[in-house]
Design a protein around this ligand. Structure first.
Ligand SMILES: O=C(O)CCC(=O)C(=O)O
Length: 185
């Protein structure tokens, strides 16, 4: 996996997104492998007094990653000198699946965490706004093997979402990786 095409999008002085288009050459094969073999779950979320079904499927990996994901994990760990030690894969089955505005909860235990996302399958809108509201400040369209790494103060100062999208051309997966401590690998 190469970082030659990496572009850093600086949101402000302290928050940034790294983008590498087409980072995973075999993204279609990886999509098919994960679709068939990942431990998919339909999760629910408590909202006020109700249990709400999350509009996407999620597969959480504990320790052992399949070789295909371990290759990605090892590459970003080496590049960013961080031991990415958790991997969650999201499946947006169609344009009705989505994730609402949020900053990743890892920000509550780590200052300036890095969050890696590798997108497989169809492109979806990935939008960014300031924490707490306001207009969309940035919009990306990750899919087909693209790598995004959110860094700096982004999880503290901004929120991101993958909104419902009628025009989505198919299913999208996001392979997300996070770290639980700062230690370099
Ligand atoms: O699917 C994506 O690209 C975003 C996923 C995300 O923000 C999350 O799972 O917290």
């Amino acid at each position: 996996m190469s970082y030659d095409a990496l572009r850093r999008d600086q949101l402000d002085l302290t928050s940034w997104v790294d983008l590498v288009p087409g980072w995973v050459p075999d993204h279609a094969e990886l999509f098919d492998e994960l679709l068939a073999e990942a431990p998919w779950q339909q999760r629910t979320r408590k909202m006020w007094d109700n249990e709400v079904v999350e509009p996407r499927m999620v597969a959480a990996y504990a320790f052992a990653l399949p070789a295909s994901l371990e290759e990605l994990r090892a590459s970003v760990s080496q590049r960013y000198r961080i031991d990415f030690d958790s991997c969650l894969v999201n499946l947006y089955r169609d344009g009705n699946d989505a994730v609402a505005w949020h900053g990743d909860t890892v920000r509550k235990v780590l200052r300036n965490p890095l969050v890696v996302t590798v997108s497989l399958g169809a492109s979806r809108r990935f939008v960014v706004r300031r924490r707490g509201g306001g207009p969309v400040l940035k919009e990306y369209a990750p899919g087909q093997g693209d790598l995004m790494v959110m860094g700096g103060a982004m999880q503290h100062d901004y929120e991101h979402a993958v909104p419902r999208q009628r025009s989505a051309s198919g299913a999208r997966m996001s392979v997300t990786m996070r770290h639980s401590c700062r230690s370099a690998s």
